[in-house]
Design a protein around this ligand. Structure first.
Ligand SMILES: C[S@@+](CC[C@H](N)C(=O)[O-])C[C@H]1O[C@@H](n2cnc3c(N)ncnc32)[C@H](O)[C@@H]1O
Length: 254
């Protein structure tokens, strides 16, 4: 396959980088995507909870960051949500958001929500623990995509659904080079000014360029133990939402 097997930097470097920008992360997201990230997360939530009666699905939001997707899952009727991330400062932002809501700490809309420091490559969860798993803009940052996908399949029960929302390399004749210009020249400057961390926003376009195109990612998901894999492109082809069903931890790619 014409892609790198994992992120450009080690998990510690990536974790530290997100730790540094945690306080400005939400603002940068809204500015960079023009607020579209909110709609993309909504689609992810709908895909993850489809077919579950309200209050029944135990969901892991991996690489939860500042927790927006985890919170949206709880608001949309998950039964329980766990948000996991390698960067503790990101999780602090997430748990502050929940605490700032005037309800019981540890719940959102009455749904239990918890935050766990965890590495996507060795999750501190049992096999088959979750009914659904979401990961938004997280897989691209993990040092071994295949291993991370296998770990997701392991913690999902057989038949459990995975939703991977991620930026995808844009290969379009006119829009492609224009987006490239925006992403490689404008984003690092705006991101650098707003977050004070130019390096993080230079890493962002580089990590997307190195990430597998949507078709390749689908094939990787199949090799990692997911079936019924499909995807749709969003954001003018800059973002892909993949979904699949875990075939059970017993599946091993030969
Ligand atoms: C771009 S942010 C996405 C956050 C959130 N999911 C969102 O949609 O806004 C990427 C997140 O992945 C986390 N991350 C990176 N490598 C990780 C790893 N190996 N295990 C768990 N989380 C990781 C980072 O700490 C960061 O919070």
């Amino acid at each position: 396959m014409d892609h790198r097997p994992g992120a450009l930097r080690s998990r510690n470097d990536v974790g530290e980088m997100f730790g540094r920008i945690a306080g400005r992360y939400d603002l940068m997201n809204r500015v960079m995507t023009g607020g579209r990230d909110v709609a993309w997360r909504k689609l992810t939530v709908q895909g993850a909870l489809r077919g579950f009666a309200p209050g029944t699905a135990r969901v892991l939001d991996l690489a939860t960051g500042t927790g927006d997707l985890a919170i949206a899952l709880a608001e949309a009727g998950a039964g329980e949500v766990v948000g996991a991330d390698i960067a503790e400062p990101m999780l602090r932002e997430a748990s502050m958001k929940v605490r700032n809501r005037a309800e019981n700490p540890g719940t959102v809309a009455g749904v239990p929500i918890s935050w766990v420091v965890a590495d996507g490559l060795s999750l501190p969860f049992e096999d088959n623990e979750f009914d659904a798993l979401t990961v938004a803009f997280g897989l691209r940052n993990m040092p071994d995509y295949d291993a991370a996908l296998r770990e997701m399949a392991r913690v999902l029960r057989p038949g459990g659904r995975v939703l991977v929302l991620e930026m995808t390399p844009l290969r379009a004749p006119v829009i492609g080079p224009l987006f490239d210009l925006y992403f490689t020249k404008v984003v690092p400057v705006v991101g650098g000014v707003l977050s004070g961390d130019y390096d993080a926003y230079r890493y962002l376009p580089a990590s997307v360029a190195a990430f597998p195109p949507a078709g390749n990612l689908a094939a990787m998901m199949e090799s990692a133990g997911f079936g019924r894999v499909s995807w749709r492109l969003l954001g003018g082809g800059t973002v892909a939402l993949h979904s699949g069903i875990s075939l059970g931890g017993a599946f091993i790619d030969a």
